[in-house]
Design a protein around this ligand. Sequence first.
Ligand code: ADP
Ligand code: MG
Length: 386
Amino acid sequence: MPHRSIRDPDRLHALLDAVLVVGSGLDLEGVLRRIVATACDLTDARYGALGVLDESGTTLERFVHVGIDDESVARIGRPPEGAGLLGRLVVDPKPLRLTDSSAHQDSVGFPPGHPRMQSFLGVPLVVRGGEACGNLYLTEKLDGKPFTDIDEALVQTLASAASIAVEKARLHARVRELTLAADRERIARDLHDTVIQRLFGVGLLLQGVLPMTEVTEVRDRISEAVADIDDAIRQIRTTIFALATPAASATGLRARILEVCAQASRSLGFDPDVRFAGPVDRLVSSEVGSELLATLREALANVVHHARATEVHVTVSVGVEVHLEVHDNGIGPQSEHPHSAGGRGLPNMAQRAQALRGSFTLAAHPHGGTVLSWRVPLASPAEITS
Ligand SMILES: Nc1ncnc2c1ncn2[C@@H]1O[C@H](COP(=O)(O)OP(=O)(O)O)[C@@H](O)[C@H]1O
Ligand SMILES: [Mg+2]
């Protein structure tokens, strides 16, 4: 096999493809297989394997390997049990590079029938909190050469992608088991925190590969990949919000908005006119949803107490942002500075918007009455890392 460098665009492309496969619909086994194969290919390793520990961290739950034929696998009989070198990667989760694996103090030797493996590069799969959940390792670099710094950087990126895939699969499995809304919301938040933050981490790792090359085409591809990761994050976020607010539930945001308006109609003496635009139930997180409802309640209370209106129009639209507008046909704000004129109502609404990086205004409408506008962005990837 010819020697290839990081400057080789095909090589980098293979790395990016393997990382992005995490965001695809492929099952965990398929994703891990793809990652191991790519690791072997990129580092010119003859053998590669990836072991995943179960959630207790004691038993090997999954073992995927490349390079050993079926017959030899049958002869060896069992996957490694996590003793020796592989155990070391779990206890002390950092990369390990050796020219001769059998000479290391932690080596327990190979079982009968196992091929000889000299050069070794092992990288832990690390989950949230810095704990190892397995390892990805390569052995026998072709031509008897030792593994290099660049090999290590590439394999670390792939190991990050693999650990994200493992976490994503575990969280999804837990979601399937749960039916309680509260649990669904908690898990949706978990998914949000782990998967998205960590995909971001991979994006950063990829950017770390940038200084290793001056080739414009390679640099362009890295930038494209970072943009793809952004996209994957957007998709995942959509799934998460769908999880947090089950669409068919009677307690969906739309239903609760209508409920609040129905309650207010008794005090108002008329029914508010309510309009929705965009995927209100699907895209608005429960956190934003409950802040929006609190704002709507206070806004309608103000119409009751201050406006002397005969009509109120409530509009909730969801696009790149969540926008609540409450427009009445009453007397309009009587003060230049209504925010400081009254009680805690308006300051609270402003604060709720601010906490979610949104904005809030209350003003006279050009055609009469008062218009209240409360806007909050659907969080963007850049905000999640900051
Ligand atoms: N829909 C509205 N129409 C007219 N004036 C309003 C309206 N909403 C709020 N205001 C004015 O803004 C002031 C501040 O409102 P708020 O902070 O909720 O305090 P409070 O309702 O306790 O007076 C109100 O006292 C009122 O003068
Ligand atoms: Mg008020």
